[in-house]
Design a protein around this ligand. Structure first.
Ligand code: GDP
Length: 440
């Protein structure tokens, strides 16, 4: 995420580190590079210029040159400005209606349908809501089907009227249906076009007027940079929407959209989409994002994700197994699956302070556990529960079955062995101290 921008900002701050003494000249040089980094990230020229001007003013105000660590202070000023640029505080969704009506808007392909599903899933699983998804795309039957597929996947009902060609009516009927069937959130997915056109704008304006949503959200593909900002402006002029959803942040986005949109439409980014799966949705925290961009990581989000996946019941069971020396490869597999649910590896590494930079040139596979899982799946149930029985002959068979090399099987066995020993140690007599040492 925003790798290029992070890289360039890091280089900009290097200008300061390279000099024994910090002068007004090299602060100016640094800020020039910061501005260049923003422009390269496809941030609008005026926004980038104002940005560095504000940092410079603050730097002068706080007398950066005479502080003990001028470099760090400058990084902090840049972080604060980046946070402001992306919206300052975190913005929630207004769920006060009964039912709450949420209207989704945006161009075709922006990720509207996918996001409607993600939001429904989020509200259902995290906020205990009973959402109804509504298909209002009357032009593309495939779009209606797509929403039904998404709905099935997350166990959320989808309301559609394939024969009806009036989106206003469909949306109104859906709200009636929601009221009489106990749904408390109605998410209306609308038709998009490839580019802004009058007909589409008129249609969404009509739907908007008729259903008076509590939340109108504008969905935009973050890969589209400056275009994203222009589209946002066009939609905002018509809908005066409440918030922005930035999708495809997992891709190779330069960051321009995330950094410019707030300044142009003055609406907060509320959520981001970070993948095609239904779980790939994150609340947008401007400060955490700024920290990530500056390579400071995002430990808070990392811990939160871990907590979300943490199941106390499972943890107790696991502890018992370890105590009885029964920890096997099936448990190992469960652990891997929990880590995987936290997100893709690249994303997770980006949340560890400094790790992005350190691992910049390391190719991180999207599915880093693919081989490990293949090896475990090639073991018999007996081998999984009693790894000690895996001899050379069995190893060869497992390697063949999983399409890996025998060295890879050996390596996994070794890692597993070390892990089991460590877990055993933590449970032993000295374990309590060890746990305490680790903050447990
Ligand atoms: P719509 O036309 O606006 O409804 O867009 P869709 O929801 O059909 O999404 C268009 C494409 O983008 C689909 O292939 C989605 O799987 C993909 N997509 C949507 N959101 C994301 C995301 O956050 N990350 C990635 N990588 N792909 C996404």
């Amino acid at each position: 995420m925003f790798d290029n921008l992070s890289d360039k900002l890091d280089k900009a701050f290097h200008i300061l580190k390279g000099h024994g003494k910090i002068t007004e000249v090299n602060v100016a040089d640094t800020l020039k590079e910061v501005r260049r980094a923003l422009l390269d990230a496809d941030v609008n020229f005026k926004i980038a210029k104002d940005f560095t001007a504000r940092v410079k003013d603050k730097a002068i105000g706080q007398d950066v040159l005479t502080t003990l660590q001028p470099g760090q202070l400058l990084v902090k000023l840049v972080k604060d400005e980046l946070t402001e640029l992306m919206g300052g505080d975190v913005a929630g969704v207004n769920l006060s209606g009964n039912p709450t009506v949420i209207l989704m808007s945006g161009l075709q392909g922006s990720g509207k349908t996918t996001f409607s599903g993600k939001l429904a899933n989020y509200l259902k699983t995290k906020k205990n809501k009973k959402p109804l998804l509504v298909a209002c795309d009357i032009y593309r039957p495939a779009a209606i089907n797509q929403l039904h597929v998404v709905g099935d996947q997350i166990g959320v009902e989808v309301y559609s009227e394939p024969e009806n060609k009036n989106p206003v009516e469909i949306a109104q009927n859906a709200i009636k249906h929601a009221k009489s069937n106990g749904f408390n959130v109605v998410i209306v997915d609308t038709a998009g076009r490839l580019a802004v056109d009058q007909e589409m704008m008129d249609e969404i304006a009509r739907v908007h007027k008729a259903i008076q949503p509590q939340e109108t959200l504008f969905v935009v593909d973050s890969m589209t940079g400056q275009d994203a900002v222009n589209t946002a402006k066009a939609f905002n002029d018509i809908l005066n929407f409440d918030g922005v959803i930035l999708t495809k942040l997992d891709g190779d986005t330069r960051g321009g959209a995330a950094l410019s949109i707030k300044s142009i439409v003055n609406k907060p980014i509320k959520f981001v989409g970070t993948g095609e799966k239904m779980e790939a949705i994150d609340v947008f925290y401007p400060e955490r994002m700024a920290e990530r961009i500056l390579g400071m990581g995002d430990v808070v989000s990392l811990v939160e994700r871990a907590q979300e996946q943490f199941d106390e019941e499972e943890a107790r069971k696991l502890q018992k197994k370890i105590a009885k020396n029964e920890f096997g490869f099936d448990d190992f597999l469960t652990q891997i699956q929990q880590v995987k649910k936290m997100g893709n590896m690249k994303d997770l590494v980006g949340m560890i302070p400094g790790a992005s930079k350190a691992m910049k040139d390391v190719e991180i596979e999207d599915d880093a556990f693919k081989h490990i899982e293949a090896i475990i799946y090639s073991m018999t149930p007996g081998e999984r529960s009693k790894p000690a029985i895996i001899d050379v002959k069995r190893k060869a068979r497992i390697a063949k079955g999983s399409g890996t090399k025998i060295e890879q099987v050996n390596q996994l066995m070794k890692q597993f062995d070390q892990m089991s020993k460590m877990m055993k140690m933590m449970q032993g007599p000295g374990g309590k101290n060890l746990m305490k040492m680790m903050g447990g």
